[in-house]
Design a protein around this ligand. Structure first.
Ligand code: DQA
Length: 146
């Protein structure tokens, strides 16, 4: 079954965007690695990154056939109410990922509007956080199916 991997504004710049904060791994590499991570359990990945909340909301609507999702909302964590509401109607479990430890940063990043709805939240683990989120999601899906 298919998993949605959703990345919000500015995350297409990974690799060159503030490498001291976000590392040097590109989004293409992250997407490739998530595909590899979930392939063993028979899952495929639908990847989308966009700068616009509207496109992300539409992608969540269109992903009702996906069994789960991994979401890095970028700065939409702070006030992305439309994305939050779209995810509230997403039928499967989903994980929130942030490369940086948002709690060690500016206070405006300490409260994510989507976290209360997520099955799990990973932050501060860099690009590897996406792989851990993928493993966690696959584990959760297996549990739900048992
Ligand atoms: C981020 C953290 C957000 O606060 C920031 O706006 C981003 C990246 C992260 O992955 O650490 O764009 O989501």
């Amino acid at each position: 079954a298919e998993i949605l991997l959703l990345n919000g504004p500015n995350l297409g710049q990974l690799g060159t965007r503030r490498p001291e904060m976000y590392g040097t791994t590109t989004l293409a590499e992250i997407e490739r690695d998530v595909r590899k991570t979930v392939a063993e359990s028979g899952h495929t990945v639908r990847c989308l990154q966009d700068e616009s909340e509207a496109t992300l909301v539409r992608a969540v609507h269109a992903a009702a056939d996906c069994v789960g999702a991994i979401v890095n909302p970028g700065a939409l964590m702070i006030a992305g109410w439309s994305l939050r509401d779209a995810l509230e109607s997403f039928p499967g479990p989903w994980m929130e990922v942030h490369l940086s430890n948002v709690f060690a940063r500016e206070p405006f990043r300490h409260n994510s509007v989507i976290s209360p709805l997520a099955s799990g939240v990973l932050c501060g683990l860099g690009a590897y956080g996406y792989q851990l989120a993928a493993l966690g999601l696959v584990h959760r899906l297996a549990q739900d199916a048992a």
